[in-house]
Design a protein around this ligand. Structure first.
Ligand code: SF4
Ligand code: FES
Length: 248
């Protein structure tokens, strides 16, 4: 395949960025999107130019680091996949592909396509954990009965990989889908009840402090989420928040 890539280049957080056009040839439909970017970067390095900086780690849809906005969609045109799992066969020979970083006040650009998503870490630190008594009297998790439906919903919420596609897809740059997944995975389980009140209040407070916008129920986050995290989690988080606020 022959392609034309239009890529956001930005030297650092303070620099003014711009779209730069790169023609590329010899792309196989079986390559992943990141392998295609590797081909481009090898070419740029061989030509003495600076390679395009982008985040990646696992390259198998687990780490959530490969944040790219491709042709106007977080993680590109495929559904339920991350950029590293997106295949070039989804594009046509001769196509022009636009590649930008995830854009949100809470995700400042570090360089080119790499953004700073440490705001998500700070939200997690504010309450995305449980405390377990490790004195030797800890109850075996397998001996705590949990409804199958609750276990399934908790597991589904726990599949959130913190990629930030929900924020990038939302016109308000809201992080509600991410935060609600992190709240829900504990809210549905007995182990999460001890800190439930503080958890939701502290995580929502941190979310607001990080500059993410509010949810206006457009549902774009659910559509673009590579892990299919459901909007039901946002409804659950709102209920948790209301009941925690009344207790507080
Ligand atoms: S909710 Fe989905 S889109 Fe948002 S961070 Fe989690 S996995 Fe990514
Ligand atoms: S590189 Fe880890 S999810 Fe894409």
């Amino acid at each position: 395949m022959k392609l034309t890539l239009k890529i956001w280049r930005q030297k650092n957080a303070q620099a003014k960025g711009q779209m730069v056009t790169y023609p590329i040839d010899g792309i196989d439909g079986d390559m992943s999107f990141l392998e295609m970017m590797d081909v481009l970067n090898n070419k740029l390095i061989n030509e003495g130019e600076e390679p395009v900086v982008f985040d990646h780690d696992c390259r198998e849809g687990i780490c959530g680091s490969c944040s790219m906005f491709i042709n106007g969609e977080a993680h590109g045109p495929d559904r339920l996949v991350t950029t590293c799992q997106l295949h070039m066969r989804k594009f046509k020979d001769g196509e022009t592909i636009t590649i930008e970083p995830f854009r949100a006040d809470g995700f400042p650009v570090i360089k080119d396509l790499m953004v700073d998503r440490s705001a998500f870490d700070r939200i997690q630190h504010a309450g995305g954990f449980i405390s377990v008594n490790t004195s030797g009297n800890t109850q075996d998790a397998n001996s705590i009965p949990i409804e199958k439906a609750d276990a399934d919903d908790a597991f589904a919420a726990a599949t959130c990989i913190g990629c930030g596609a929900c924020v990038a897809s939302c016109k308000n740059a809201s992080a509600m889908l991410f935060v609600s997944a992190k709240v829900s995975q504990f809210a549905l389980l007995p182990q999460g009840q001890v800190e439930a009140t503080d958890r939701v209040l502290n995580m929502v407070k941190q979310m607001d402090e990080e500059g993410f916008g509010n949810c206006t129920n457009t549902g774009a986050c659910e559509v673009e989420c590579p892990k299919g995290i459901s909007l039901e989690n946002i409804a659950r988080m709102n209920r948790e928040y209301l009941s925690a606020s009344l207790k507080g």
